[in-house]
Design a protein around this ligand. Structure first.
Ligand code: AMP
Length: 283
């Protein structure tokens, strides 16, 4: 089983020791735990690339609105440590909220423009919380590389932008989406789904495939492709549509005409689970 460290000072001193001893490249994989194969794929890539792999597990209160599922978010630290051990992870950093946000905490990183679309609209304050915690983890761990999933494409774009804007010398790697057998993107929140909801949840992926298919058949009008995705998702009575967009993969700004590669992104609520998915589509 992998060692778990709870305090910032201990994780810093352990990492300093490792760096001095071995001159190894340090990888960071930030997560909220309750591991699935999507998380493990990030760990495996990091393990192949770097001499020392740190995984953080922290359900970050700052990225949840008061109406969201912070309390209910699934957690199982013992199982996660077991799985991290099997992936040969060197260190798991799993601080308590008071360690990361002590009394008096008052400074946040606030992405501006990139926050105005997609999940930023439906979840005000979410990316402020994400950018703040990732910046703190970057400062604590000082990784050479950090690994994120394409599943949270806007999050990856926010982090890439932050790294440029704030001059972090960290290489950001974005790993492909890992899916269930029927196309549903793996997510810790899939645990909320009832059997009926689980049966309808792959419709997000199906809507993205329909978009790709339409583009393959010559459709270039993004508003028509958006409507197609919306119609596909809307056919399922347990699925509450939130958005379907075609955006620039770097800036997340809407694209009107598909004259270059773009990202199709969708979000919907299925029962208690807010689900997101995306797919690159090229003309
Ligand atoms: P989370 O614990 O949900 O915050 O996710 C931690 C990291 O794993 C993030 O960088 C996610 O984008 C990534 N991730 C989550 N689900 C998947 C998936 N199905 N495939 C690939 N990466 C994922």
């Amino acid at each position: 089983m992998t060692d778990v460290i709870k305090t910032i000072s201990e994780v810093k001193s352990r990492l300093d020791d490792y760096r001095r001893q071995a001159g190894k490249k340090v990888a960071l994989v930030p997560t909220m735990g309750f591991f699935h194969v999507g998380h493990l794929s990030l760990m495996r890539t990091a393990r192949q690339d770097c001499g020392l792999v740190v995984v953080s597990i922290f359900v970050n209160p700052a990225q949840f609105a008061p109406t969201e599922d912070l309390e209910a978010y699934p957690r199982d630290l013992a199982r996660d440590l077991e799985l991290a051990g099997r992936e040969n992870i060197d260190l798991v950093f799993s601080p308590d909220p008071a360690e990361m946000y002590p009394e008096g905490f008052d400074t946040y990183i606030d992405p501006s423009h990139i926050n105005d679309t997609l999940c930023g609209q439906g979840r005000p304050g979410h990316f402020r919380g994400v950018a703040t915690i990732v910046a703190k983890l970057f400062n604590i761990i000082s990784p050479d590389r950090a690994y994120f999933g394409q599943k949270d494409a806007q999050q990856a774009a926010v982090i890439r932008r932050m790294v440029k804007d704030l001059d972090y010398d960290i290489d950001i790697r974005v790993c492909p989406i890992v899916r269930e057998f029927d196309g549903l993107a793996m997510s810790s929140r899939n645990a909320y789904l009832t059997a009926d909801e689980r049966a309808q949840a792959p419709v997000l992926h199906q809507a993205l495939l329909a978009a790709r298919e339409a583009v393959a058949h010559g459709e270039r009008d993004a508003s028509k492709i958006r409507r197609l995705m919306r119609r596909t998702i809307g056919q399922n009575y347990l699925v509450e549509f939130e958005y379907a967009r075609i955006v620039d993969p770097e800036t997340m700004e809407s694209v009107a005409v598909l004259d270059r590669e773009a990202l199709a992104a969708v979000a919907a609520t299925v029962g208690k689970a807010r689900l997101i998915d995306n797919l690159m589509i090229a003309p």
